[in-house]
Design a protein around this ligand. Structure first.
Ligand SMILES: [Zn+2]
Length: 419
């Protein structure tokens, strides 16, 4: 074999696909690049985040100072902080942390898209009951949600979860503004969950509206929307900030799950984001089979980078078939109203990308300096600022994005060429 600059640096190659020597990302990940040591830019980004968000004593100092500030801001109000709950590990642990470790007065907020699993609902009840925490819930009109959900399938875009993700964010703000609360805690951890590479997913309220206008019917009335003017009002007028406490902790998911089961009778539901049946369906069936997107790459790579998983074990796990319960597919088809033939058409339809639809993206780019100020003041996250305001859409790359991915999904390409 000829010695090329690639293998001279020790990078592994799988046919034409080159893989990072540290994590399991490879050249099928959008915007990936490798340095001389064969380490990918996403691993280096993780190192930057590690420095920016220290754990141990330094992390504890940041947490203590922020909690003091939250208590000051909460004076005269019924609560200090809003925490979104899903019944999952991260949000359940945050409730414990906020109330037991830091003595904060917590208001839990929940958006019910009517697809919660039984385990998730029981987990929420157990933890909130044991900690005596109040709950703010917003339930969406079921028929309306099915219509919005269906329009995203019809549009052939991968962002099936976007209406729910944005509604969650909006519900947290609604709960905070109702009681004058100045802080929202988010359960994201780049060390266990990772950050999905730019190009996989996009989200904003205008995107939801344009997909629904073109492919759906009826009006959006009960689905909370994060419209630009509402969002800016919540940040600039109501002064509601976001904080991610898990960034400052040596957060180990396996240990946390054990802790939650022992302390609260919390139950594991078998996979990240599997507390909700639509999320399970999208992650284990729709994204991998139609778009070649497997979120395990991002999660397992994050665990390797934070030293919680061996690279060899990650490769073994990714080689395993994703488990899937066919009953959920039948339920989604029935509830959203797809016949078997219609569903086959959805699965084989050519994929579409967010750049082909009206969004706020250009406005975010134009408002870059303003959002930089918001990021610095703790109102938006760094990853939002970077992905939505700094990175420009590369239209050529975007158009070919899913076509060039082809994560060994022969069924999908066969379906497309037949269509
Ligand atoms: Zn890497």
């Amino acid at each position: 074999m000829e010695l090329t600059p690639d293998n001279a640096t020790g990078a592994e190659t799988l046919g034409a696909v080159r893989q990072c020597v540290r994590c399991i990302y490879d050249t099928r990940i959008p915007r990936i690049s490798f340095d001389r040591a064969g380490v990918c830019n996403y691993c280096r980004q993780h190192e930057d985040l590690d420095r920016e968000y220290p754990t141990g004593a330094d992390g504890r100092a940041v947490l203590d100072a922020t909690v003091e500030e939250m208590k000051r801001a909460g004076k005269g109000k019924p609560y200090d902080v809003v925490i979104g709950v899903s019944g999952g590990c991260d949000s359940s642990y945050m409730l414990h942390l906020a109330k037991k470790e830091f003595g904060l007065r917590v208001l839990a907020a929940h958006f019910d898209n009517t697809y919660n699993s039984r385990i998730a609902v029981e987990n929420i009840q157990r933890v909130l009951g044991a900690l005596d925490i109040d709950l703010f819930t917003h339930v969406v009109d079921n028929a309306e949600f099915q219509r919005v959900y269906r329009s995203f399938f019809e549009a052939s875009v991968p962002e099936i979860d976007t209406p729910v993700d944005l509604a969650l964010a909006a519900v947290h703000y609604m709960a905070a503004s109702k009681y004058g609360i100045k802080y929202i805690w988010e359960g994201h951890s780049f060390r266990t969950e990772g950050i999905s590479p730019p190009g996989w997913f996009y989200m904003d309220a205008k995107y939801v509206q344009s997909i629904h206008r073109r492919y759906g019917d009826g009006k959006i009335k009960t689905l909370p929307m994060l419209w630009m003017h509402r969002w800016l009002k919540w940040m600039v007028i109501n002064r509601i900030r976001k904080f991610r406490p898990l960034y400052y902790l040596d957060y180990n998911k396996e240990e946390t799950k054990d802790f939650l089961s022992k302390t609260y009778g919390w139950e594991w539901y078998g996979g990240h984001h599997m507390e909700n049946r639509t999320a399970y369906f999208v992650n284990n069936y729709y994204l991998p089979r139609k778009f070649g997107i497997d979120l395990r790459y991002s999660e397992l790579s994050a665990l390797i980078r934070s030293g919680q998983l061996d690279r060899r074990e990650a490769l073994e796990r990714i080689a395993e078939e994703k488990p899937f319960d066919e009953g959920i597919l039948a339920e989604i088809k029935r509830r959203v109203g797809f016949s078997d033939v219609e569903w086959d058409d959805i699965m084989s339809a050519p994929v579409s990308h967010y750049t082909q639809h009206p969004t706020y993206k250009r406005r975010f780019e134009q408002m870059r300096l303003f959002f930089f100020a918001l990021y610095k003041a703790g109102y938006v996250t760094k990853s939002f600022y970077h992905k939505f305001c700094v990175l420009k859409d590369d239209v050529v790359e975007s158009k070919d994005l899913f076509q060039t991915l082809g994560w060994g999904d022969d069924e999908r390409s066969a379906g497309r060429s037949a269509a």
